[in-house]
Design a protein around this ligand. Structure first.
Ligand SMILES: NC(=[NH2+])NCCC[C@H](N)C(=O)O
Ligand SMILES: [Mn+2]
Ligand SMILES: [Mn+2]
Length: 376
């Protein structure tokens, strides 16, 4: 395992502006949802970077997500598959003072600063990794995606975004009832929404970088009025829980991919909010909503997106190990681990470690057993 210290990450970040290159991406995807594919891992390397934010929402504890997920047995799974792990460590999150709300948005200066740092760290990590690999961004609350999606879009200009969540997270600071940035990251990133977002110079550097037509939402079941208005106004691809029940998860995933990434030619960014899962599987999150995805449905999404061969960046956010009792916390962290490893190719049918050798009997009796069988 290659572990980079915060300091080496920071020095990488220093060179970031020079290193930036728009990786042109060509897909060799052979994704066919109707076949069972048993093959070598798609990725040689898995990168992990932690973004321990918590000011995007009111609960403390969500900043412990990266640490809890690192300790979940995830690394053992990566190793067992013979994939190399590059752990970039946790980015240092800052808090700026003073930082009074603007247009109701809480901690504007802090979020603007962290988002730019997240964006740059992600670009450094992504360029360091090379485009054949996959990078996991572990939150932290969903405000991290303000930086991760922005950073990914600088590297892969043609990326598409899958947003798996109970919430649509596209409130503007004017439609938000809470002022919490974890419910608004998309409002800063989506081109079409800029006319609804008041100018805040703190966020000037964070240019919008994606269109509604390049985003699909799955799992929604707690959408604010302003968000619903915007989703309808712009004809956005979204499959809420009602559609999941109506069509089944298989059809929902097939349609989502087809609509935003026909032909599987474009890099995919998967932003997975753990609250997309039903509280029975993920109780320990700040804004749980009943009647969500089962863990099986969550895994199915991750497995199918992995199979496209286009998955480049995954956010796994909103795991708060301090909420709920320790048993529920373990269940939630475990669900996050399972989703993550499905994204890099772990199969529910089991995997054969790359260096696996079937144990062979060395004794003479075994030999004679084989010949006995042949004689029959
Ligand atoms: N990433 C999340 N869990 N977002 C929850 C957002 C909840 C609500 N829509 C809000 O704007 O405050
Ligand atoms: Mn959510
Ligand atoms: Mn979210």
């Amino acid at each position: 395992m290659l572990k980079l210290s915060n300091r080496s990450l920071l020095s990488l970040i220093g060179g970031c502006r020079l290193m930036q290159r728009a990786a042109s991406y060509s897909s060799s995807s052979t994704y066919d949802p109707s076949t069972r594919i048993v093959r070598e891992p798609l990725y040689k390397q898995v990168g992990i970077i932690g973004f321990p934010t918590n000011l995007g929402q009111p609960n403390s504890g969500v900043q412990m997500g990266p640490r809890a997920i690192r300790r979940s047995g995830l690394f053992e799974s990566i190793e067992a598959m013979g994939i190399e792990l590059v752990d970039y460590g946790d980015m240092r999150v800052t808090e700026v003072f003073p930082d009074p709300p603007k247009f109701g948005l809480r901690h504007p200066r802090t979020h603007a600063e962290n988002a730019m740092n997240i964006s740059q760290s992600l670009q450094v990590a992504l360029n360091h990794q090379g485009k054949e690999n996959i990078l996991f961004c572990i939150g932290g609350d969903h405000s991290v995606s303000l930086g991760t999606v922005h950073g990914h879009a600088q590297v892969n200009k043609d990326m598409v975004l899958l947003w798996i969540d109970a919430h649509a997270d596209c409130n503007t600071c004017l439609t938000s009832g809470s002022g919490n940035v974890h419910g608004m990251p998309l409002s800063f990133l989506i081109n079409e929404l800029q006319e609804f977002v008041p100018r805040m110079e703190e966020f000037d550097e964070l240019r919008p970088c994606i269109s509604f037509k390049d985003i699909a939402f799955i799992g929604l079941r707690d959408i604010d009025p302003g968000e619903r208005y915007l989703l309808e106004k712009f004809g956005v691809t979204y499959y809420g829980m009602q559609e999941v029940d109506h069509l089944g998860i298989q059809e929902v995933v097939r349609r989502s991919l087809q609509e935003v990434n026909p032909g599987f030619k474009r890099p995919i960014h998967l932003s997975f909010d753990i609250d997309s899962l039903d509280p029975g599987f993920a109780k320990c999150t700040g804004t749980p909503v009943p009647a969500g995805l089962t863990l099986r449905e969550g895994l199915y999404i991750a497995e199918e997106v992995h199979r496209t061969g286009c998955l480049k960046v995954v956010d796994l956010v909103e795991v708060n190990p301090d909420l709920g009792d320790p048993a529920q916390s373990e269940v939630t962290v475990n669900a996050a681990k399972e989703v993550i490893r499905a994204c890099f190719g772990w199969q529910r049918a089991g995997i054969v470690p790359s260096n696996y050798q079937i144990p062979m009997p060395a004794d003479v009796n075994a030999e004679s057993r084989v010949s006995l069988l042949r004689e029959k």
